[in-house]
Write a protein that binds this ligand. Structure first.
Ligand code: FAD
Length: 391
C-alpha cells in the first residue's frame, strides 16, 4: 500500500481501493514535484501556474466524475481525497483545478444534454479546455437563489445576456464560463456556456487579494453577450438545479479545507521539532503539544466527516443539508487549526518561510466561498426545524 500521511491518524486511506490509493499517490507526487517548489513565489506574485493544468490533467483525475480519463470508475470519496491532496500542498491550486474540474464540469455533467456532455467534458477532462463558473454577482452573494440580477432574453435561437459577475475564478483565461442568469420570460435561473472571446464579455482580474492569491478571480461584465440556444444548459430549469451542482462541489470544499489544515499541521509539526527555546525543542513543551493534538483531532474528525459525506454521495442518498454540514463543520475546524499551527510557529509563522502563513491566509477565502458558514448552517437549520431562516 502507498505510504499513509501521518495526519491520517486513524488510517482512513484504507477506505480507498488499492487502485484509488495508487492514483492518489500519483497526485501527491505530482504536487510535491511540480507545485510545492513554486507555490510560495506564485502566491507572493499573485500569479497562477496555468501551464500546469495540462500536465496535471494527464494524471486522469480532472472531472473524473464525468470522464473515463482515470481509467477506472472513481468514487466520490476518491475524488474528494484527490482535492485534499491538492490543498495539502496548495489550496489555491486546488481551487484553480476545482473550478474547472468540479464547478464547471459538474454544471455541464448534471445540467447538459448528452450532446453537450459529449462536446465539452472529454476535452475539459484532458486539460485541453479550462472552465469557470459564474454565479456570484457584485450585488448578490449569499442570496443568489433569489437575488441574481444578470438577465437572459431569448430572441429566436439566440439568447442575449446582460449583467455583471464577481469573484469568478479562472475567468480571465478560461475557454468556457458557465454563466447563470435569469430568464426574463419566466424569471427562472438558466445556465449558459459563454465561450472565450465572446463579444460583450469582459473579465478583469481582482487585485490586492490577501487569500488564495494564486487564484485569478475576476469581475465580469456581460454587455449584450449573444449565446446560441445550443449553448444553453438543456437540463437546467431553475435554481433548484444549480443547488444540485453546489451540493456536489460543497463536499469538495470540505475536502479542500481538510487538505488546507493538513498542510498547516505538517509544517507546524516540522517547525516545532526544529525550533529550540529554553534549551529544548518547543515540541517538547506541554502547551505546544496540546495545540498539535487539537490540530490532529480536528483533522481526524474532519476526515471522518468528509469520507462519510462522500459515501452518501456515492450511495445517492446525500441531501443538501448533509453537504452543507460538512462544508460548515470542516471549514470551522480548518480556521481553528490553521490559527493554532500559525501560533506554534511564533513570529516566523507570519512569514511564508515557516510554511504555515499561506494556509493561514488561504483558509479565509475557503471559509467564505461556496456558501459561508452562516448560510450552510442555515441550510442545516432549515432541515432541523422546518423553518427557512434566511428568507
Ligand atoms: P455576502 O452574501 O455579502 O455575506 C456577507 C456576510 O453576511 C457573510 O458573513 C454572510 O454569512 C452573512 N449573511 C448574508 N445573508 C445572511 C443571512 N440571511 N443570515 C445570516 N447571515 C447572512 N463565486 C462564483 O460564482 N464563482 C467563483 O468561481 C467564485 N470564486 C470565489 C473565490 C474567492 C477567493 C472568493 C472570496 C469568492 C468566490 N466566489 C465565487 C464567491 C463566493 O461564493 C461568495 O463570496 C460567497 O458566496 C459569499 O457571498 P458574498 O461574498 O457576496 O458575501
Amino acid at each position: 500500500a502507498p505510504p499513509r500521511l501521518d495526519a491520517d491518524f486513524y488510517g482512513f486511506q484504507d477506505v480507498l481501493t488499492p487502485r484509488e490509493q495508487r492514483a492518489a499517490l500519483a497526485v501527491r507526487e505530482f504536487m510535491e514535484r511540480e507545485v510545492r517548489p513554486l507555490a510560495d513565489d506564485y502566491w507572493e506574485r499573485a500569479e497562477c501556474p496555468v501551464h500546469l493544468f495540462k500536465p496535471f490533467a494527464e494524471l486522469g483525475t480532472v472531472g473524473a466524475a464525468w470522464s473515463e480519463t482515470a481509467g477506472f470508475e472513481t468514487s466520490a470519496v476518491f475524488r474528494g481525497w484527490v482535492g485534499m491532496e491538492l490543498a495539502r500542498v496548495d489550496s489555491s491550486f486546488c481551487t484553480f483545478i476545482g473550478v474547472s474540474s468540479g464547478l464547471a464540469m459538474s454544471s455541464i455533467g448534471l445540467g447538459g444534454s448528452p450532446e453537450q456532455r459529449a462536446q465539452w467534458l472529454p476535452p475539459m477532462a484532458r486539460g485541453d479546455l479550462i472552465g469557470a463558473f459564474g454565479l456570484t454577482e457584485p450585488l448578490s452573494g449569499s442570496d443568489t437563489a433569489k437575488g441574481l440580477r444578470t438577465t437572459a432574453t431569448r430572441h429566436g435561437d439566440t439568447w442575449v445576456l446582460n449583467g455583471a459577475k464577481r469573484w469568478i475564478g479562472n475567468a480571465t483565461f478560461a475557454d468556457v464560463v458557465v454563466i447563470w442568469a435569469k430568464d426574463t420570460a419566466d424569471d427562472q435561473v438558466k445556465g449558459f456556456l459563454v465561450r472565450k472571446g465572446a463579444p460583450g464579455f469582459t473579465a478583469t482580474k481582482i487585485e490586492r487579494k490577501q487569500s488564495l492569491r494564486i487564484v485569478q478571480n475576476a469581475d465580469i461584465v456581460l454587455d449584450g453577450v449573444e449565446v446560441a440556444e445550443a449553448d444553453r444548459l438543456q437540463g437546467i430549469d431553475s435554481f433548484k438545479d444549480v443547488a444540485k451542482v453546489l451540493r456536489v462541489t460543497r463536499d469538495g470544499v470540505a475536502w479542500q479545507s481538510l487538505g488546507t489544515m493538513i498542510g498547516a499541521y505538517e509544517a507546524a509539526v516540522a517547525y516545532t521539532k526544529e525550533r529550540e527555546q529554553f534549551g529544548n525543542p518547543i515540541a517538547s513543551y506541554q502547551l505546544v503539544q496540546d495545540k498539535l493534538a487539537t490540530a490532529l483531532a480536528n483533522v481526524t474528525a474532519s476526515l471522518a466527516v468528509c469520507v462519510r459525506v462522500s459515501q452518501l454521495q456515492d450511495a445517492g442518498t446525500q441531501r443538501d443539508a448533509h453537504a452543507a454540514m460538512a462544508k460548515s463543520f470542516v471549514t470551522t475546524r480548518m480556521r481553528e487549526t490553521v490559527a493554532l499551527c500559525r501560533e506554534v510557529c511564533g513570529g516566523n509563522g507570519i512569514t511564508l518561510d515557516a510554511g504555515v502563513a499561506r494556509y493561514f491566509a488561504d483558509a479565509e477565502a475557503v471559509y467564505t466561498f461556496e456558501g459561508t458558514r452562516d448560510m450552510n448552517n442555515l441550510i442545516v437549520g432549515r432541515e432541523i426545524t422546518g423553518h427557512a431562516a434566511f428568507v
